[in-house]
Write a protein that binds this ligand. Structure first.
Ligand code: ADP
Length: 247
């Protein structure tokens, strides 16, 4: 039975691809303001789980509730409006636009990047861009062309574009891939700031980074949850060492 205090309640979730259960009767609860990290070997079902939560993939069985509202049958774009944000590994920023414009076009009712020339940016949008730019550490480079940003800055900009839509659950797939040590540190700080008023789910392989950011760790294996708890607890679990950390 669902505990109504959770932000996200995934219960008995199942999805099959040609008879193969990529997610197998999985139950997972995420608290408000929690930063959960999902780890596990390749093929464990981590990406598929996030695809199911954001609606990119439809479940074969089970339920996904967000803030006590059933999401399972809703399309991906409706889930975005309900507060679910998902960032994929490859950045999808507009390289020819400035940082400001990238954030501006991500405002839910903002102008379309393909048209509406001459549209005046409203004070509300400007104020929101400023808040988000400060949150992602790009307030000093608002006029810079996005294509000229560093790899880390591009990743933060994409997170900012999601934050413009005011998600209450943000899901990130390997957010520090390709980043320098300094960019990793800044990303850890950013994630800590983000989860102060949102829930965050991160898929990550870098165990040092996981230790640094995770409130709680979920270990997946063969479409199921193998272990869950603090990093210390799951690290010491013989099942986890056997299928993942021991390799
Ligand atoms: P992880 O992210 O943990 O590496 P995935 O969620 O990508 O794992 O994949 C879990 C399993 O589901 C893998 O065996 C993968 O090949 C399979 N799978 C994922 N998506 C599809 C799909 N669209 N069609 C068929 N098989 C898929």
């Amino acid at each position: 039975m669902s505990n109504t205090n959770f932000a996200l309640a995934v219960e008995d979730l199942t999805v099959s691809f040609d008879g193969f259960k990529a997610i197998d009767n999985l139950t997972l609860y995420i608290d408000k303001n929690e930063l959960r990290v999902i780890i596990g070997p390749n093929g464990a079902g981590k990406t598929t789980l996030l695809d199911l939560i954001c609606g990119k993939t439809k479940a074969s069985g089970g339920s996904i509730k967000f803030k006590n509202e059933e999401l399972t049958a809703l399309d991906e774009h409706i889930r975005v409006r309900r507060g679910i944000g998902r960032k994929f590994q490859t950045p999808s920023i507009y390289e020819n636009l400035s940082v400001f414009q990238n954030l501006e076009v991500s405002f839910p009712s903002g102008r379309s990047v393909f048209g509406a020339l001459g549209f005046k940016c409203t004070d509300e949008v400007k104020a929101r861009v400023q808040v988000v730019a400060e949150e992602i550490g790009l307030a000093e480079v608002l006029d810079k062309e996005a294509g000229l940003l560093s790899h880390g800055q591009k990743q933060w900009l994409e997170i900012g574009m999601l934050l413009m839509q005011e998600p209450e659950l943000l899901m990130l797939d390997e957010p520090i891939a390709g980043m320098s040590a300094r960019e990793r540190e800044l990303t850890a700080d950013l994630l800590q700031r983000i989860c102060k008023n949102r829930s965050v789910i991160v898929i990550e392989h870098d165990m040092e980074f996981v230790k640094q950011i995770a409130h709680k760790v979920t270990v997946m294996h063969q479409g199921k949850i193998l272990a869950e708890g603090s990093m210390e607890t799951v690290q010491a679990d013989p099942k986890v060492i056997d299928v993942y950390l021991g390799h």
